[in-house]
Design a protein around this ligand. Sequence first.
Ligand SMILES: Cc1cc2nc3c(=O)[nH]c(=O)nc-3n(C[C@H](O)[C@H](O)[C@H](O)COP(=O)(O)OP(=O)(O)OC[C@H]3O[C@@H](n4cnc5c(N)ncnc54)[C@H](O)[C@@H]3O)c2cc1C
Length: 291
Amino acid sequence: MNLQVKENISLREFTTFRTGGPAKYFAEAKTAQEMHTLREFARKKQIPFVILGMGSNILFLDEGYPGLIIHNKMSRMQIQNDRVTAEGGVNLTKMILIASQHNLGGLSGLVNIPGTVGGAVYGNAGVPDIYIGDVLTHAVILPAHADKPVIVGPEYFQFGYRESKIKKNKDIVLSATLKMRSEPSIKIRAEVGQYIRERTAKQPIGNTCGSFFKNPAQFPSAGWLIEQAGCKGMEEGGAIVSPKHANFIINTGNATAKDILTLTLKIHQKVKDKFNINMEPEVQILPLSPF
Ligand SMILES: Cc1cc2nc3c(=O)[nH]c(=O)nc-3n(C[C@H](O)[C@H](O)[C@H](O)COP(=O)(O)OP(=O)(O)OC[C@H]3O[C@@H](n4cnc5c(N)ncnc54)[C@H](O)[C@@H]3O)c2cc1C
């Protein structure tokens, strides 16, 4: 194999939480073929693998990851009429901004979500106004149990709130085609600016994965529950519940993954005690979630 598979690579710099131990193996995939080859590498060694986008929705534990991390560097993008096709490793914000230069909008609400197109499809990233699943016309995936890529439509993914079928079956998103809205770039730029201002007003900055827990149905939001349970400002080692947005856990600089996990387990328990509800993490905890 020509691909370079490195060993014992610290995952700290690859997630927005800036925590995590080493990956046993780590490699970059720039093409669909490389993605397939790397998946085979993991299968032959009988180790688990995970696709890594921008790491903005993953908490790697301090013990590290005992398998192969495939860093998605597939970054080509194509525009045809009102459709944008982006490979899984394309930066979502960059894609939205490039599309806007071609007078294609409709996804401004997703601007500044610090992830890749593949990561966005995996978790049906979005804001209350718009989710990526709403505009996906089709995707090319490498199915978990096939060697050749296949094209699938939106129904395949069974999109829900922060949910898709591929969260369970380990398919890999190679590319996604999105139906954009034709409108003047000046209008899109204004909309993008407005969404950025709203985000800046509501969300803290720092080493975080954004909202840690999913919003449970029948309650205003996970942030509201956490705040009502008295958790705002709670700390554990270098991790803190943001005083600005209670569902944001911040690594203030030297938090370990254990600090973050301990803090989130405490929050989970406090919300359970007060509201008798089991909040579900939105963030993927790897290699094994205790929730
Ligand atoms: C400040 C901040 C704000 C945020 N705001 C929002 C928001 O408004 N809305 C929202 O939905 N999310 C938000 N997020 C969470 C996060 O950015 C999204 O979930 C994003 O889509 C994750 O993309 P990623 O590339 O970073 O995925 P990663 O964190 O790298 O991976 C997440 C999961 O997706 C899987 N995955 C990644 N790429 C692929 C692929 N090509 N094929 C198959 N599986 C793949 C990974 O294996 C992993 O299980 C926010 C995060 C931060 C830090």
